[in-house]
Design a protein around this ligand. Sequence first.
Ligand code: HEC
Ligand code: HEC
Ligand code: HEC
Ligand code: HEC
Length: 178
Amino acid sequence: MAEGAKTTRKEAMWWTGWFCATVLLLLTLLYFYYLFPSQDLGPVQPIYFSHRVHAGVKQINCRFCHPYVERSEHAGLPEVEKCFFCHKYIIPMHPQILHEKAHLDKNLPVPWVRIYFVPDFVKFRHQPHMIAQIDCLRCHGAVPSMDRLVRVDFQMNFCITCHQEKHAQLDCYLGCHH
Ligand code: HEC
Ligand code: HEC
Ligand code: HEC
Ligand code: HEC
């Protein structure tokens, strides 16, 4: 009888030990999965593309790849052909470039994961901001030092604070919202 109680106690402790270990492991995994990467890395893209290499180290102008900032509602992403402006000659056999080449040959756009979007009820155009000569990095963060782009979270305050500072449109129902 006493012998039996001892083993069940031992067993209970053993299971409690495992339970705690499992919970701890899960929590650690959750931490790394959800909190850690989102602090400095954006979403994984179908083709590895680094702004740090292109806009940082090689100092390629943002507008070369996002040419519509001034003219249209959207800044635009570079089409596949644009990469081969350079990569026809630069590291053409790099595995990621071969990947991109497959898109070129099949005439398929790369399904880049979108990073920025504003809610439908907000009206945002780059143009007035370009005319006012606001730097891209003021809104998009330290793009030239990012491998995988991270979204800078725009809150209404962000728009309003600067509009106050620069005496821009503050009447938000006329200015920013549809
Ligand atoms: C204006 C020229 C230019 C354009 C346009 C360009 N690249 Fe590059 N890219 C470079 C240079 C320069 C390097 C550095 C090559 C080296 O390290 O030898 C590079 C490096 C890379 C690398 C390797 C990065 C690494 O970490 O090793 C990849 C992948 C790449 N580019 C993808 C792209 C894709 C995809 C596009 C189109 C969206 C693109 N590039 C457009 C000039 C360009
Ligand atoms: C060589 C081409 C190239 C250059 C130079 C470049 N970009 Fe990009 N950009 C891309 C590509 C390709 C993507 C889509 C993949 C990604 O998000 O990383 C992109 C995505 C972005 C996005 C996110 C778009 C979305 O999905 O919402 C922003 C913002 C951006 N770039 C800003 C900049 C800024 C600011 C600069 C200059 C400091 C710059 N880019 C320079 C090619 C380029
Ligand atoms: C005043 C803040 C601000 C400035 C300055 C700014 N952007 Fe943006 N950008 C935004 C906002 C807000 C969005 C989201 C708009 C949307 O989804 O309609 C955005 C979206 C983008 C996108 C996503 C794709 C697209 O086609 O719209 C790209 C690429 C981009 N910006 C590039 C740039 C570049 C390059 C510059 C500098 C030449 C720049 N931005 C300057 C606020 C800004
Ligand atoms: C860093 C400063 C800054 C930030 C951040 C900023 N803006 Fe602006 N915005 C300006 C300036 C400067 C103008 C031009 C005002 C002028 O020409 O009188 C402008 C103009 C505009 C206009 C055009 C108003 C008109 O007269 O047609 C709209 C709409 C607008 N901004 C919306 C936004 C939204 C939405 C955001 C947030 C996602 C935002 N802005 C963030 C500085 C900023």
